[in-house]
Ligand binder design. Structure first.
Ligand code: HEC
Length: 158
């Protein structure tokens, strides 16, 4: 009877060393990730706040430019009123939420000279531009004078 070939384990030292090397690199990278992730997380809220503030100030600049170009002829420079209502009024700004203002600008006021501005209603402005206008109007709110009869525009007492 022929002798069976002897089974020899294939475990040369060089292979063991190479495996060890891969394992320690893997472990090293894992530790880097484990440490880096919480560090990134710590910065995340301020990154977001910064991005929001940057967008806010961009919207403000665009919104005020859009207002002067499209709205001030009726609503007055800086929204102080004209043939159309005074939007820079504490009463108007604190009495309306953003969604209302967006709807009013988007759809206009039928039966008045206030046109629909949203492209959805045949106007010329994108919804982002309408948001920019709202950002602009909101920026006036902190210092808005009291104009109880804001609806009458420049014909109001002031
Ligand atoms: C051709 C004149 C005209 C232009 C231009 C105009 N508006 Fe108006 N807007 C009006 C009039 C008039 C009203 C009042 C409608 C009513 O309630 O009888 C009004 C009403 C509004 C209102 C609602 C206030 C309320 O009466 O409750 C908002 C908000 C507004 N306009 C924003 C804008 C913005 C923003 C622009 C520029 C994109 C603009 N308007 C351009 C004439 C104009």
């Amino acid at each position: 009877m022929p002798k069976r070939p002897e089974f020899k384990e294939f475990e040369p030292a060089w292979l063991q060393r190479s495996l060890d090397r891969y394992l320690s690199w893997g472990l090293g990278f894992m530790f880097i990730l484990v440490i880096a992730f919480p560090l990134y997380n710590l910065r995340e809220p301020s990154l977001r706040a910064d991005a929001k503030a940057a967008q806010q100030s961009e919207y403000l600049v665009s919104g005020s430019t859009l207002f002067e170009a499209n709205c001030s002829s009726c609503h007055g420079k800086q929204a102080t009123g004209g043939s159309a209502p005074t939007l820079n009024s504490k009463e108007f700004l604190s009495g309306t939420i953003d969604e209302q203002i967006i709807l009013l600008i988007s759809g206009g006021v039928s039966g008045s000279s206030m046109p629909a501005w949203s492209q959805d209603y045949g106007g010329v402005l994108t919804s982002e531009q309408i948001h920019q206008l709202v950002t602009y109007l909101r920026s006036l709110q902190a210092n808005a004078p009291s104009v109880p009869d804001w609806r009458t525009g420049a014909k109001a007492g002031g």
